[in-house]
Design a protein around this ligand. Sequence first.
Ligand code: NAP
Length: 329
Amino acid sequence: MMEHELAAARQAAEASPGHGDGRFPPLLKVGVFPDSVEAQFRSMFTLIEEEALQSDPAQAAAIGGIVTRSNYRIPAELMDRLPGLRIIATNGVGYDGIALDHARRKNIVVTNTPDVLNKAVAELAVGLLLALLRKLPAADGFVRTGAWEDAPFPLGGSLAGKKVGIVGLGRIGKEIAQRLVPFEVDLSYFGRARQEVPWRHFDSLQAMARHVDVLILSCPGGAATRHIVDAAVLRALGPLGLVVNVARGSVVHEADLCHALANGIIQGAALDVFESEPLGESPLRHMSNVILAPHIGSATHETRRQMAELAIRNLVSFFTTGRAVTPVA
Ligand code: NAP
Protein backbone atom coordinates (compact mmCIF):
# COMPACT_ATOMS: atom_id res chain seq x y z
CA MET A 1 0.00 0.00 0.00
CA MET A 2 1.40 3.37 -1.05
CA GLU A 3 1.53 6.48 1.15
CA HIS A 4 -1.33 8.19 -0.70
CA GLU A 5 -3.55 5.08 -0.36
CA LEU A 6 -2.84 5.01 3.36
CA ALA A 7 -3.66 8.71 3.65
CA ALA A 8 -6.95 8.09 1.80
CA ALA A 9 -7.78 5.17 4.09
CA ARG A 10 -7.00 7.30 7.14
CA GLN A 11 -9.13 10.16 5.80
CA ALA A 12 -12.04 7.80 5.24
CA ALA A 13 -11.65 6.36 8.74
CA GLU A 14 -11.48 9.82 10.31
CA ALA A 15 -14.48 11.07 8.33
CA SER A 16 -16.70 8.34 9.75
CA PRO A 17 -18.22 8.88 13.20
CA GLY A 18 -15.98 7.10 15.74
CA HIS A 19 -12.82 5.67 14.26
CA GLY A 20 -12.60 2.00 13.46
CA ASP A 21 -16.38 1.78 13.30
CA GLY A 22 -16.58 -1.24 11.07
CA ARG A 23 -14.25 -0.34 8.25
CA PHE A 24 -11.65 -2.56 9.87
CA PRO A 25 -12.18 -5.15 12.61
CA PRO A 26 -11.14 -4.19 16.16
CA LEU A 27 -7.57 -4.96 17.24
CA LEU A 28 -6.41 -6.42 20.51
CA LYS A 29 -3.65 -4.24 21.95
CA VAL A 30 -0.94 -6.28 23.69
CA GLY A 31 1.63 -4.14 25.44
CA VAL A 32 2.13 -0.54 26.45
CA PHE A 33 2.62 2.09 23.75
CA PRO A 34 3.70 5.71 24.05
CA ASP A 35 0.62 7.99 23.90
CA SER A 36 1.57 9.43 20.51
CA VAL A 37 1.95 5.94 19.00
CA GLU A 38 -1.30 4.70 20.52
CA ALA A 39 -3.04 7.77 19.05
CA GLN A 40 -1.69 6.79 15.62
CA PHE A 41 -3.38 3.40 15.91
CA ARG A 42 -6.58 4.81 17.38
CA SER A 43 -6.90 7.17 14.40
CA MET A 44 -7.55 4.09 12.26
CA PHE A 45 -8.68 1.25 14.49
CA THR A 46 -10.72 0.41 17.55
CA LEU A 47 -8.26 -0.94 20.11
CA ILE A 48 -9.39 -3.42 22.74
CA GLU A 49 -7.31 -3.73 25.90
CA GLU A 50 -6.37 -7.17 27.23
CA GLU A 51 -8.13 -6.39 30.53
CA ALA A 52 -11.37 -5.61 28.67
CA LEU A 53 -11.13 -9.02 27.05
CA GLN A 54 -10.94 -10.63 30.47
CA SER A 55 -13.97 -8.77 31.84
CA ASP A 56 -16.00 -9.27 28.65
CA PRO A 57 -14.84 -12.46 26.88
CA ALA A 58 -17.57 -11.98 24.22
CA GLN A 59 -15.41 -9.20 22.71
CA ALA A 60 -12.91 -11.87 21.63
CA ALA A 61 -15.15 -12.92 18.74
CA ALA A 62 -14.92 -9.52 17.03
CA ILE A 63 -11.15 -9.16 17.12
CA GLY A 64 -9.52 -9.46 13.69
CA GLY A 65 -5.96 -8.52 14.56
CA ILE A 66 -3.41 -8.01 17.31
CA VAL A 67 -1.13 -5.02 17.53
CA THR A 68 1.86 -5.48 19.78
CA ARG A 69 5.54 -4.70 20.34
CA SER A 70 8.45 -7.06 20.03
CA ASN A 71 9.12 -7.30 23.76
CA TYR A 72 5.68 -8.80 24.49
CA ARG A 73 4.66 -12.43 24.07
CA ILE A 74 1.85 -13.67 21.87
CA PRO A 75 1.44 -17.31 22.90
CA ALA A 76 -0.55 -19.97 21.04
CA GLU A 77 -3.16 -19.95 23.80
CA LEU A 78 -4.00 -16.26 23.13
CA MET A 79 -4.39 -16.93 19.39
CA ASP A 80 -6.74 -19.83 20.20
CA ARG A 81 -8.97 -17.51 22.26
CA LEU A 82 -9.56 -15.20 19.25
CA PRO A 83 -11.58 -17.09 16.61
CA GLY A 84 -11.51 -14.20 14.09
CA LEU A 85 -7.79 -13.45 14.41
CA ARG A 86 -6.18 -13.05 10.98
CA ILE A 87 -3.13 -10.86 11.52
CA ILE A 88 -0.58 -10.05 14.23
CA ALA A 89 1.27 -6.79 13.57
CA THR A 90 4.25 -6.23 15.80
CA ASN A 91 5.94 -2.84 16.14
CA GLY A 92 9.52 -4.03 15.96
CA VAL A 93 11.69 -6.30 13.86
CA GLY A 94 12.14 -9.19 16.32
CA TYR A 95 9.26 -11.67 16.53
CA ASP A 96 10.76 -14.29 18.83
CA GLY A 97 7.96 -13.60 21.36
CA ILE A 98 5.27 -14.68 18.88
CA ALA A 99 4.37 -18.38 18.56
CA LEU A 100 5.10 -18.21 14.82
CA ASP A 101 4.62 -21.91 14.01
CA HIS A 102 1.20 -21.84 15.64
CA ALA A 103 0.27 -18.68 13.70
CA ARG A 104 1.33 -20.36 10.44
CA ARG A 105 -0.71 -23.45 11.22
CA LYS A 106 -3.75 -21.22 11.76
CA ASN A 107 -3.11 -19.08 8.64
CA ILE A 108 -2.59 -16.01 10.78
CA VAL A 109 -0.30 -13.51 9.06
CA VAL A 110 2.52 -12.04 11.19
CA THR A 111 4.08 -8.71 10.20
CA ASN A 112 7.02 -6.76 11.62
CA THR A 113 8.64 -3.38 10.94
CA PRO A 114 12.11 -4.01 9.48
CA ASP A 115 14.54 -1.32 8.32
CA VAL A 116 12.79 1.77 9.74
CA LEU A 117 14.51 1.18 13.09
CA ASN A 118 18.00 0.29 11.83
CA LYS A 119 19.51 3.73 12.35
CA ALA A 120 18.14 4.20 15.86
CA VAL A 121 19.39 0.81 17.05
CA ALA A 122 22.78 1.35 15.40
CA GLU A 123 23.11 4.78 17.04
CA LEU A 124 22.37 3.23 20.44
CA ALA A 125 24.92 0.45 19.90
CA VAL A 126 27.68 2.93 19.04
CA GLY A 127 26.60 5.24 21.88
CA LEU A 128 26.69 2.38 24.39
CA LEU A 129 30.14 1.32 23.21
CA LEU A 130 31.53 4.84 23.53
CA ALA A 131 29.86 5.27 26.92
CA LEU A 132 31.42 2.01 28.09
CA LEU A 133 34.90 2.85 26.84
CA ARG A 134 34.89 6.36 28.31
CA LYS A 135 32.87 5.39 31.46
CA LEU A 136 30.38 8.18 30.74
CA PRO A 137 27.76 7.37 33.42
CA ALA A 138 30.53 7.26 36.07
CA ALA A 139 32.13 10.43 34.67
CA ASP A 140 28.80 12.23 34.99
CA GLY A 141 28.48 11.12 38.62
CA PHE A 142 32.10 12.10 39.27
CA VAL A 143 31.39 15.72 38.36
CA ARG A 144 27.96 15.90 40.05
CA THR A 145 29.17 14.53 43.40
CA GLY A 146 32.23 16.80 43.53
CA ALA A 147 34.62 13.80 43.47
CA TRP A 148 36.51 15.68 40.74
CA GLU A 149 37.76 18.16 43.37
CA ASP A 150 39.70 15.35 45.12
CA ALA A 151 41.19 13.23 42.32
CA PRO A 152 41.39 12.87 38.56
CA PHE A 153 38.93 10.57 36.82
CA PRO A 154 40.37 7.14 35.84
CA LEU A 155 41.50 6.74 32.22
CA GLY A 156 39.17 5.12 29.70
CA GLY A 157 39.87 3.25 26.46
CA SER A 158 40.02 4.53 22.87
CA LEU A 159 37.74 3.14 20.22
CA ALA A 160 40.25 3.89 17.46
CA GLY A 161 42.34 0.83 16.72
CA LYS A 162 40.04 -1.63 18.52
CA LYS A 163 39.05 -4.93 16.95
CA VAL A 164 35.25 -5.08 16.87
CA GLY A 165 33.28 -8.23 16.04
CA ILE A 166 29.61 -7.97 15.08
CA VAL A 167 27.43 -10.99 15.84
CA GLY A 168 24.73 -10.86 13.14
CA LEU A 169 25.69 -8.59 10.26
CA GLY A 170 22.11 -8.04 9.04
CA ARG A 171 20.17 -4.83 8.47
CA ILE A 172 21.07 -3.42 11.89
CA GLY A 173 24.53 -5.00 12.06
CA LYS A 174 25.53 -3.37 8.77
CA GLU A 175 24.35 0.05 9.97
CA ILE A 176 26.46 -0.43 13.10
CA ALA A 177 29.47 -1.46 11.01
CA GLN A 178 29.12 1.55 8.69
CA ARG A 179 28.99 3.90 11.67
CA LEU A 180 32.09 2.29 13.17
CA VAL A 181 34.24 2.59 10.03
CA PRO A 182 35.06 6.31 10.60
CA PHE A 183 36.24 5.41 14.12
CA GLU A 184 39.09 3.46 12.48
CA VAL A 185 38.33 0.09 14.00
CA ASP A 186 39.25 -3.34 12.65
CA LEU A 187 35.88 -4.96 11.86
CA SER A 188 34.85 -8.57 11.61
CA TYR A 189 31.54 -10.43 11.85
CA PHE A 190 30.07 -13.76 12.82
CA GLY A 191 27.09 -15.24 10.96
CA ARG A 192 26.13 -18.39 9.14
CA ALA A 193 26.88 -16.96 5.69
CA ARG A 194 29.89 -15.08 4.35
CA GLN A 195 28.77 -11.80 2.80
CA GLU A 196 30.09 -9.47 0.08
CA VAL A 197 31.51 -6.96 2.55
CA PRO A 198 35.08 -5.81 3.16
CA TRP A 199 35.17 -7.22 6.69
CA ARG A 200 36.52 -10.54 7.95
CA HIS A 201 34.00 -13.34 8.34
CA PHE A 202 34.15 -15.88 11.17
CA ASP A 203 32.03 -19.01 11.17
CA SER A 204 33.00 -19.70 14.78
CA LEU A 205 31.87 -17.24 17.43
CA GLN A 206 34.53 -18.46 19.84
CA ALA A 207 37.25 -17.85 17.24
CA MET A 208 35.95 -14.34 16.60
CA ALA A 209 35.78 -13.64 20.35
CA ARG A 210 39.43 -14.69 20.65
CA HIS A 211 40.35 -12.28 17.83
CA VAL A 212 38.43 -9.14 18.90
CA ASP A 213 38.34 -6.62 21.78
CA VAL A 214 34.62 -5.89 21.48
CA LEU A 215 31.63 -8.09 20.67
CA ILE A 216 28.51 -6.28 19.46
CA LEU A 217 25.42 -8.49 19.37
CA SER A 218 22.80 -7.66 16.71
CA CYS A 219 21.43 -11.06 15.69
CA PRO A 220 17.83 -12.29 16.20
CA GLY A 221 16.72 -14.01 19.39
CA GLY A 222 15.04 -17.42 19.42
CA ALA A 223 16.15 -21.03 19.73
CA ALA A 224 18.98 -20.87 17.16
CA THR A 225 20.88 -18.10 18.97
CA ARG A 226 19.94 -18.93 22.56
CA HIS A 227 22.96 -18.55 24.87
CA ILE A 228 25.47 -18.48 22.00
CA VAL A 229 27.45 -16.03 24.13
CA ASP A 230 28.36 -18.31 27.02
CA ALA A 231 31.26 -18.87 29.43
CA ALA A 232 33.53 -20.24 26.69
CA VAL A 233 32.95 -17.25 24.39
CA LEU A 234 33.48 -14.81 27.27
CA ARG A 235 36.71 -16.54 28.26
CA ALA A 236 37.84 -16.29 24.64
CA LEU A 237 37.04 -12.57 24.61
CA GLY A 238 39.37 -12.11 27.56
CA PRO A 239 40.00 -9.68 30.43
CA LEU A 240 40.08 -6.54 28.27
CA GLY A 241 37.00 -7.60 26.30
CA LEU A 242 33.71 -5.71 26.10
CA VAL A 243 30.22 -6.92 25.18
CA VAL A 244 27.49 -4.65 23.76
CA ASN A 245 24.10 -6.33 23.42
CA VAL A 246 21.35 -4.65 21.37
CA ALA A 247 20.02 -8.01 20.10
CA ARG A 248 18.04 -10.05 22.61
CA GLY A 249 18.75 -11.04 26.20
CA SER A 250 18.36 -14.70 25.24
CA VAL A 251 21.50 -14.53 23.06
CA VAL A 252 23.67 -14.22 26.20
CA HIS A 253 23.88 -16.72 29.05
CA GLU A 254 23.26 -14.03 31.66
CA ALA A 255 24.56 -16.01 34.64
CA ASP A 256 27.81 -16.70 32.74
CA LEU A 257 28.03 -13.00 31.86
CA CYS A 258 27.56 -11.96 35.51
CA HIS A 259 30.27 -14.40 36.56
CA ALA A 260 32.63 -13.10 33.85
CA LEU A 261 32.01 -9.46 34.80
CA ALA A 262 32.42 -10.09 38.52
CA ASN A 263 35.64 -12.09 38.13
CA GLY A 264 37.58 -10.07 35.56
CA ILE A 265 37.07 -12.67 32.83
CA ILE A 266 35.89 -9.77 30.65
CA GLN A 267 36.20 -6.06 31.34
CA GLY A 268 32.70 -4.70 30.84
CA ALA A 269 29.33 -4.85 29.15
CA ALA A 270 26.66 -2.48 27.89
CA LEU A 271 23.25 -4.10 27.73
CA ASP A 272 19.98 -2.88 26.22
CA VAL A 273 18.27 -6.26 26.49
CA PHE A 274 18.01 -8.95 29.17
CA GLU A 275 16.87 -12.53 29.63
CA SER A 276 13.92 -11.22 31.62
CA GLU A 277 12.48 -7.74 31.08
CA PRO A 278 12.00 -5.45 32.87
CA LEU A 279 15.22 -6.38 34.68
CA GLY A 280 14.34 -7.23 38.26
CA GLU A 281 16.83 -7.81 41.05
CA SER A 282 20.07 -8.82 39.34
CA PRO A 283 23.80 -8.70 40.12
CA LEU A 284 24.11 -6.59 36.95
CA ARG A 285 22.43 -3.71 38.74
CA HIS A 286 25.29 -3.51 41.24
CA MET A 287 28.27 -3.76 38.90
CA SER A 288 30.27 -0.65 38.07
CA ASN A 289 31.69 -2.15 34.86
CA VAL A 290 28.23 -2.42 33.31
CA ILE A 291 25.99 0.09 31.54
CA LEU A 292 22.30 -0.76 31.50
CA ALA A 293 19.53 0.51 29.23
CA PRO A 294 15.81 -0.40 29.40
CA HIS A 295 15.44 -1.91 25.89
CA ILE A 296 15.46 1.44 24.10
CA GLY A 297 17.11 0.49 20.79
CA SER A 298 14.27 1.91 18.69
CA ALA A 299 12.92 4.31 21.30
CA THR A 300 13.10 7.65 19.52
CA HIS A 301 10.07 9.76 18.59
CA GLU A 302 10.99 9.61 14.92
CA THR A 303 11.58 5.87 14.79
CA ARG A 304 8.58 4.82 16.86
CA ARG A 305 6.36 6.98 14.63
CA GLN A 306 7.76 5.29 11.51
CA MET A 307 7.36 1.84 13.07
CA ALA A 308 3.71 2.53 13.91
CA GLU A 309 3.18 3.90 10.40
CA LEU A 310 4.54 0.69 8.89
CA ALA A 311 2.52 -1.51 11.26
CA ILE A 312 -0.61 0.46 10.25
CA ARG A 313 0.25 0.09 6.57
CA ASN A 314 0.52 -3.65 7.11
CA LEU A 315 -2.87 -3.82 8.81
CA VAL A 316 -4.70 -1.58 6.33
CA SER A 317 -3.16 -3.35 3.34
CA PHE A 318 -4.00 -6.78 4.76
CA PHE A 319 -7.61 -5.88 5.60
CA THR A 320 -8.20 -4.20 2.23
CA THR A 321 -6.20 -6.38 -0.19
CA GLY A 322 -5.42 -9.56 1.75
CA ARG A 323 -1.68 -8.86 1.42
CA ALA A 324 0.59 -7.40 4.09
CA VAL A 325 3.47 -5.04 3.23
CA THR A 326 6.21 -6.62 5.37
CA PRO A 327 5.08 -10.09 6.41
CA VAL A 328 7.53 -12.17 8.37
CA ALA A 329 9.04 -14.72 5.97
P1 NAP B 1 18.36 -9.31 10.10
O1 NAP B 1 18.49 -8.31 9.01
O2 NAP B 1 17.54 -10.52 9.87
O3 NAP B 1 19.84 -9.73 10.52
C1 NAP B 1 20.09 -10.76 11.39
C2 NAP B 1 21.55 -11.19 11.24
O4 NAP B 1 21.80 -12.20 12.22
C3 NAP B 1 21.90 -11.75 9.89
O5 NAP B 1 23.10 -11.16 9.47
C4 NAP B 1 22.10 -13.24 10.12
O6 NAP B 1 23.19 -13.68 9.32
C5 NAP B 1 22.44 -13.31 11.60
N1 NAP B 1 21.92 -14.55 12.18
C6 NAP B 1 20.67 -15.03 12.11
N2 NAP B 1 20.60 -16.21 12.74
C7 NAP B 1 21.84 -16.49 13.20
C8 NAP B 1 22.39 -17.56 13.92
N3 NAP B 1 21.64 -18.62 14.29
N4 NAP B 1 23.70 -17.50 14.26
C9 NAP B 1 24.46 -16.44 13.87
N5 NAP B 1 23.98 -15.40 13.18
C10 NAP B 1 22.68 -15.41 12.84
O7 NAP B 1 17.77 -8.65 11.41
P2 NAP B 1 17.84 -7.12 11.87
O8 NAP B 1 16.71 -6.37 11.30
O9 NAP B 1 19.24 -6.62 11.68
O10 NAP B 1 17.53 -7.31 13.44
C11 NAP B 1 18.38 -8.11 14.23
C12 NAP B 1 17.82 -8.23 15.63
O11 NAP B 1 18.03 -7.04 16.37
C13 NAP B 1 16.30 -8.45 15.75
O12 NAP B 1 15.92 -9.77 15.45
C14 NAP B 1 16.05 -8.09 17.19
O13 NAP B 1 16.19 -9.22 18.00
C15 NAP B 1 17.16 -7.07 17.49
N6 NAP B 1 16.61 -5.73 17.71
C16 NAP B 1 16.77 -5.14 18.93
C17 NAP B 1 16.26 -3.87 19.16
C18 NAP B 1 16.43 -3.17 20.49
O14 NAP B 1 15.59 -2.38 20.85
N7 NAP B 1 17.50 -3.42 21.20
C19 NAP B 1 15.54 -3.20 18.16
C20 NAP B 1 15.41 -3.84 16.93
C21 NAP B 1 15.95 -5.10 16.71
P3 NAP B 1 23.25 -15.19 8.77
O15 NAP B 1 21.92 -15.46 8.14
O16 NAP B 1 24.40 -15.18 7.80
O17 NAP B 1 23.53 -16.05 9.94
